[in-house]
Design a protein around this ligand. Structure first.
Ligand code: NAP
Length: 294
């Protein structure tokens, strides 16, 4: 299957590498061309495209992995966008987290060109993108999902068809609002422990084995304690996802008060200059509030 992969950032570069490894005929494009050139040098046989349109012209499937709805729209429908050159019958799989409203409107514009779309945001961060074990939640028609499945299976382990177009996005932003809130709660728990003078190794070991366990405890407690903000998932991207979740909740009339508070904490962290850091950097805001450093 000929696949055009558009967007080789932290996640996209690793996901595209798995597609190349699984034998898909890959053409890649990235806004900063040097990254795409480096990718092609590392993966012999992968073709380099100068524009999204060029990548799409001879492909059966387009995969986009950029940041937000405006970027996906630009890459697919803007000048030299992939959707302008793709043949009718092409399938588009957007793996970026862009929220359901953007997914539906881009999907409609593509449908008018005879291109079916599946929204397929991913969860699992860069280590799982690397080893091809992402969880992928997809939205789209049964037929489009079945066509997308072999591509998704090369990048992920658990692939869930969540419902019609946009439902992958809804599931994804709710999941991330919960993850970010968990991370903030873990940060505050560590600060309470530090302030109370308990051994934080003992605290995290017991929590990890008990009802206080969470993926965020496992993934972010060390980073927060060491103030190591090496970027696995940019704080600004997490803030985008929490905002998208709050928008959906507000539109549906369902409050999400904990996520709203997490959004404020992430906003404060961005204000302190941590937008490009890993979202573990939200500990800086919690430390300032508690008046204690871990
Ligand atoms: P990233 O490392 O910042 O990569 C972003 C990609 O988008 C790069 O290829 C970048 O190109 C491209 N891009 C940025 N602005 C663009 C524009 N105006 N036009 C075209 N391309 C543009 O981000 P990431 O961590 O891979 O995240 C990608 C998506 O996955 C986001 O929606 C994020 O929320 C989601 N996600 C991330 C994680 C994670 O753990 N990192 C996990 C699950 C989901 P350049 O190279 O030119 O900058």
């Amino acid at each position: 299957m000929r696949v055009a992969f558009l967007g080789l950032g932290i996640m996209g570069s690793r996901m595209a590498a798995n597609l190349a490894g699984a034998g898909f005929e890959l053409t890649v494009w990235n806004r900063t061309e040097a990254k795409a050139q480096a990718f092609c040098a590392e993966h012999p046989g992968v073709k380099l495209a100068g524009t999204p349109a060029q990548a799409a012209a001879d492909s059966e499937v387009l995969v986009t992995m950029v940041v937000d709805g405006d970027q996906v729209e630009q890459v697919l429908l803007g000048e030299h966008g992939a959707g302008t050159a793709a043949k009718p019958g092409t399938l588009c799989i957007d793996c970026s987290t862009i929220g359901p409203m953007a997914a539906r409107s881009i999907g409609e514009a593509l449908a008018a060109r005879g291109i079916a779309m599946v929204d397929a945001p991913v969860t699992g961060s860069s280590p799982r993108a690397q080893d091809g074990t992402l969880t992928i939640m997809a939205g789209g028609s049964d037929q489009a999902f079945e066509r997308a499945k072999p591509v998704l299976e090369a990048m992920g382990r658990l692939i869930v068809h969540a419902g019609p177009l946009g439902h992958g996005q809804i599931v994804k932003v709710i999941n991330n609002a919960v993850a970010a809130t968990n991370a903030a709660v873990v940060g505050e728990a560590l600060l309470v422990g530090a302030r109370a003078g308990v051994d934080l190794d003992a605290l995290t070991e017991v929590m990890g084995a008990g009802s206080g366990a969470s993926a965020m405890l496992e993934l972010k407690a060390r980073a927060m304690r060491e103030h190591d903000y090496t970027t696995l998932f940019k704080l600004d991207h997490m803030l985008k996802d929490v905002r998208l979740c709050l928008e959906e909740g507000q539109a549906a009339g369902a409050p999400f008060q904990f996520a709203a508070l997490t959004g404020e904490i992430l906003t404060a962290a961005t204000g302190r200059g941590h937008g490009e850091d890993d979202f573990a950097a939200l500990i800086e805001v919690l430390e300032a509030t508690a008046g204690t450093k871990l």
